[in-house]
Design a protein around this ligand. Structure first.
Ligand code: TTP
Ligand code: MG
Length: 347
């Protein structure tokens, strides 16, 4: 049985704004578009939510619900950086991470032995580390499949961790309103309720052929998850290549100078490859010329030494057109042999 953790940051954009501007603490706050030109709410802090303000609502409507609400324009670069910081904390535990958005990810911790193998303790550790390093709170759900972990992370929000143990899962699902199921949105829920299916227990007892007839493949999926069957893997996003390139300060025509630049990029690409403990079987040289046209030349080989890489690059360069000055050189490796294990996208 798998052990899955789902982490979801609390009021993510809004919490970052509160953290970075203490005068906003406790003030109803909306991060989103311009309320004067049909902007919408990206997120609201929990104070604003008490007035009924929700994501995707128009800012104008938000203002009618709470005239004192403060509107802030999003700072995506800060959110993205914070997201990377959080990802790094997760990576101290495992590389099996599937980010769903800037503030949300699944982790498969089935093979982790730390914390006596307890996924709940791991989730506590992660939330604590996230708080210490970013001063933001997260909520976590822990269970044996993705759907249950995701539902669980919502149950004790904000700043709460919920575990759904195998022995409790069936009863939990029975009592769950269908709106809470993964993939069942408002429209589907309405259709299900019209069929007298209101809870997980109803969904379990439904006729699967009727569900399939009505909803196609999704119908089968709803039926399966109600029976706790959710085999979806945590999909680690892997890099297909690592490389390094540089736009030269001035265009070059001299072969030895160009080769020197290529070798410098080769060295950087090679050390990235080593850092990720990868073996690559394809090496590519990219050249962009003064007229912005570009070529890529590749060679496959079991590259095990930088010397070999340099030799092959020299040959690839020798075989490239030389009629124009060169403005960019790049070197990259691809076709990794241990693709799934290491090369996570996040750094
Ligand atoms: P959510 O995790 O859905 O929301 P949240 O983190 O703000 O609040 P919660 O505590 O309920 O998890 O989304 C994460 C961020 O994504 C959110 O801070 C803003 C952004 N977002 C939008 O821009 N538009 C949307 O419609 C939603 C739902 C989120
Ligand atoms: Mg969130």
């Amino acid at each position: 049985m798998k052990k899955i953790i789902h982490i979801d940051m609390d009021a993510f954009f809004a919490s970052i704004e509160e953290r970075d501007n203490p005068t906003l603490k406790g003030v109803p706050l909306v991060v989103g578009g311009d309320p004067n030109v049909r902007g919408v709410v990206a997120t609201a802090n929990y104070t604003a939510r008490q007035f009924g303000i929700r994501s995707a609502m128009s800012c104008r409507h938000a203002k009618t619900l709470c005239p004192d609400v403060v509107f802030i324009r999003p700072r995506f670069e800060v959110y993205r950086q914070t997201s990377l910081e959080i990802r790094k904390i997760m990576q101290t535990l495992t590389d099996k991470i599937e980010p769903l958005s800037l503030d949300e990810a699944y982790l498969d911790v089935s093979d982790i032995n730390q914390f006596h193998g307890s996924a709940t303790l791991m989730a506590q550790h992660l939330c604590k580390e996230i708080y210490q390093q970013t001063h933001l709170t997260a909520s976590a759900g822990v269970s044996f499949n993705k759907m249950l972990a995701k539902i669980a992370s919502d149950l004790n929000k904000p700043n709460g961790i919920t575990t759904i143990a195998p022995k409790d899962a069936s009863a939990f699902i029975d009592g769950l309103a269908i709106e809470k199921f993964f993939g069942i949105g408002k429209a589907t829920a309405k259709q299900l309720r019209a069929m007298n299916i209101h809870t997980g227990a109803d969904l379990k007892q439904a006729d699967v052929s009727v569900l399939v007839q009505k909803f196609g493949k999704r119908g089968q999926f709803y039926y399966d998850i109600a029976h706790l069957k959710d085999e979806r893997e945590v999909k680690t996003r892997v890099r297909k290549s690592v490389g390094s390139e540089i736009t030269l300060p001035t265009d070059l025509s001299d072969d030895s100078l160009i080769l020197k630049e290529i070798f410098a990029q080769a060295q950087r690409a090679w050390s990235l490859l080593q850092k990720h403990k990868q073996h690559a079987s394809t090496l590519s040289l990219k050249l962009k010329y003064s007229d912005f046209s570009q070529i890529t030349r590749s060679k496959s080989y079991a590259f095990d030494k930088l010397d070999t890489v340099i030799l092959v690059l020299t040959q690839l360069y020798a075989d490239s057109p030389k009629t124009k000055a060169v403005r960019l050189v790049g070197v990259s490796f691809s076709n990794f042999s241990n693709q799934s294990s290491q090369l996570v996208l996040f750094d």
